[in-house]
Write a protein that binds this ligand. Structure first.
Ligand code: FMN
Length: 224
C-alpha cells in the first residue's frame, strides 16, 4: 500500500504511522512548575540525540484542548526536567500518569509513586525507576501541526547527572537491561519491553567509530 499523509487516505482501519517507528523508548518526564508543584508524564516521542555531552529530547504535542502540555511548559519556564526510565514493572503507573489532569495535579501522588530528590535540579525522581537523568533545559523547536493536538514542542535538555540503581549493574560493570525490562511503545495500544539482546560491531578497525558505537568519550579521545 502507499499513501501521502494528510493528502491521500491510507485506507486502513487504523492510522499505521506510529506502528512504523517501533519500539520507542518512553521518556517518563518529571518537572515542577513555578509554584513548585510536581508533574510527571510519559512521552514515547523521546530519544537521546547525542552522547558527549549527553543530550535528550522529548516531543510534546498539544493537549486535547489545543494547549501546551504541563511538561513542556514547566521545562521551558523552570529550565529543568528529569527523565525516569519506564519499566515493565512500572507499566500501570506510567499509564496513570498519562491522564490529562489539570495543571498543578501531582501525578506522583495519583500513581502512588514515591519521590526521590535530585542532586542538581529541582524536579523529583521516581524512586522505583532504575535509571534517572537530571536534565537542564536547552531549547524548544516548535513545529506547526493540525489542531487541536498536532502542533508539537520538541524539547531538548542536557543531561547533567545520571543515577543508576546498583542492583542493575552486573559483575562486569554493565547495565543489566534484561533484568530492568525497559518499557517501550509501539503503535495502536501496543507496548513491548526489552527481553532479548545480541551484539554486533562495525566491521574494520576504526577505533573512533567503535568508540562512537559504544558511546565512550574516553575511547573516542584516545582514538583521535
Ligand atoms: C506511553 C505513553 C506515551 C506517550 N507519548 C506522548 C508523546 O510522545 N507526546 C505527547 O505529547 N504525549 C504523549 N503521551 C500523552 C501524555 O502523556 C499525556 O498527554 C499527558 O497528560 C501529558 O501530561 P502533562 O500535561 O502533565 O505534560 C503519551 C502517553 C503514554 C501513555
Amino acid at each position: 500500500m502507499y499513501y501521502q499523509p494528510g493528502v491521500t487516505p491510507h485506507g486502513l482501519p487504523r492510522d499505521p504511522f506510529k506502528s512504523c517507528v517501533v519500539p520507542r523508548p518512553i521518556g517518563w518526564i518529571s518537572t515542577i512548575n513555578e509554584l513548585g508543584q510536581h508533574n510527571l508524564a510519559p512521552f514515547s516521542q523521546f530519544q537521546n540525540v547525542t552522547f558527549d555531552p549527553p543530550i535528550v529530547m522529548f516531543s510534546s504535542n498539544q493537549d486535547t484542548s489545543g494547549n501546551q502540555k504541563d511538561t513542556a511548559r514547566n521545562a521551558e519556564r523552570t529550565g529543568e526536567f528529569v527523565w525516569n526510565m519506564a519499566t515493565y514493572d512500572l507499566r500501570e503507573e506510567v499509564n496513570i500518569t498519562a491522564e490529562e489532569f489539570p495543571a498543578g495535579v501531582d501525578e506522583f501522588e495519583r500513581a502512588k509513586l514515591e519521590k526521590l530528590p535530585s542532586t542538581l535540579v529541582k524536579p523529583m525522581r521516581v524512586k522505583r525507576s532504575p535509571i534517572q537523568f537530571e536534565c537542564v533545559y536547552l531549547n524548544t523547536l516548535r513545529f506547526p501541526g493540525n489542531p487541536p493536538m498536532g502542533a508539537v514542542d520538541v524539547v531538548f535538555g542536557r543531561v547533567v547527572a545520571i543515577h543508576i540503581d546498583d542492583q542493575f549493574i552486573d559483575s562486569n560493570g554493565l547495565i543489566d537491561i534484561l533484568k530492568i525490562k525497559p518499557l517501550a511503545r509501539m503503535g495502536y495500544y501496543d507496548y513491548t519491553y526489552v527481553d532479548n539482546k545480541f551484539q554486533m560491531v562495525i566491521p574494520g578497525s576504526n577505533k573512533g567509530l567503535l568508540a562512537g558505537l559504544e558511546g565512550s568519550h574516553d575511547k573516542a579521545s584516545e582514538a583521535s
